[in-house]
Write a protein that binds this ligand. Sequence first.
Ligand code: HEC
Ligand code: HEC
Length: 441
Amino acid sequence: MCSKNTMLYVCLIAGLAMALAIAGPSLGQNSSTATEAPSGYDNQPNGLTDQATFSMDRGKFEETETIGEGLGPIFNAQSCRECHQNPVTGSGSQIKEFRAGHRDSTGRFVGATAFLADNTVTIPNRSLINQRAICPAVDTITVDGVQQTFNFPQTQGQERITTAENILALRLSLNTLGDGFIESVLDQALLNLASAQCANTGGAICGQAVKVPVLEANGTLAVGRFGWKDQHASLLSFSSDAYLNEMGISNRLAPNNVDLTRLCDVVPDPNDSEVDSEGLNDVDHLARFMRATKVPPRDTALATSADGVAGASLFHSVGCDICHVSSIITAPAGTAVAGGAVHVAPALGNTVFHPYSDFLLHNVGTGDGIVQTGGQETANKMRTPPLWGVRTRTELLHDGRSVTFFSAIQQHRGEAQPVTNNFNSLSTTQQNQLITFLRSL
Ligand code: HEC
Ligand code: HEC
């Protein structure tokens, strides 16, 4: 197919994507000695922790938080598992979150202003809108082992926004299985991926790396790789952010509730203050759970079928893997990553994994207009989502706008247009083979 004129350009660059995947001995990675990351939807650890520790950490991820434990005042769900469970604890789900904002007179994105308590409380410049609140309600709760009354029958805790917020977006919950391997990739490996990708496509496909603060490293910047906008570089930072913003549980890295007036809040901040016998808070257990997870497994029957094998090769030759990079190698054990906050564990070091992502932001014509930790130019860019585990998704793309792989591919415009064109010039049989490959992931 490389002899066809339209294909030529991408044939050249697709060959390169494979070379990029093996990120290079200059960064300490050694593709000949790297081991394969363990995979499985089996609730077993990847070797970072033992089974008992893993199950205990998973218990924290599954725990249902209550008002007495600090839930809310505003929140999205009571447990990490509520949104990260399909098919096992830690994966993604169909649950979507709501973000909103607007552009100011100079065109800059500004997060929404939410109004609570009959407009007496405002939360400015926050794009995440929480969908639940603990009040109005009357209850008996237990705070630090002591029973007390929760008595807010007339307090309107729900966040509301106005029509001034005309950028509205939904985002699907992401998979976290295998995230320990992603965290263990050097910043420089992702930066090299971005520059090589851009140079080798003549500037057509140029993923953007964004530097984001690592909370546990006093805000030291590192290359973001987690979230639809690459908003975090470390799993402890993401755990802290999620504990606060999804569940309303303030913690040592995010010590105050989102609403500083503490509307109907009776539990002292930070809510996650208990230090256990290991010297850990809940956020540490949440991060350790995700670090210890195996990567999503392939459907081996489909992967090894004739169509699946042909599809993998087409995925490469049309150029999908320029962004959906098939193989990345983690830094050697002991290497400092995440702004120096994490030293790569022996179980995670020098390991090859297959995320089908470059962890970079791209404009493929689907962007949601929201700016988080990146600059204004990131408004309409999204992170290339890892395709591992994509067979568990019924709705595709960040907002679930596509229900089939074929339609998700057709949505790829912008930077991905030449690759979409290549896909469209395949025969129907070949297109179906490529889709069989996706169904094996
Ligand atoms: C209400 C649903 C919901 C709850 C509860 C929730 N999450 Fe998430 N999670 C999401 C969504 C949605 C995303 C994608 C966010 C984005 O980028 O906009 C996400 C993304 C993540 C990611 C990034 C994964 C990646 O590889 O990019 C991590 C890590 C994560 N969540 C951890 C947690 C932890 C830990 C908890 C519990 C403290 C939690 N989440 C609770 C919905 C949820
Ligand atoms: C320029 C980089 C780029 C190229 C090339 C590219 N993609 Fe993507 N892909 C993305 C981005 C970015 C998204 C997320 C867009 C969104 O959610 O708004 C995405 C999303 C997807 C999704 C949805 C995943 C999910 O979890 O919802 C699938 C499936 C997918 N791509 C398959 C492909 C296939 C197949 C090809 C080749 C025909 C391809 N992509 C080429 C960047 C790319």
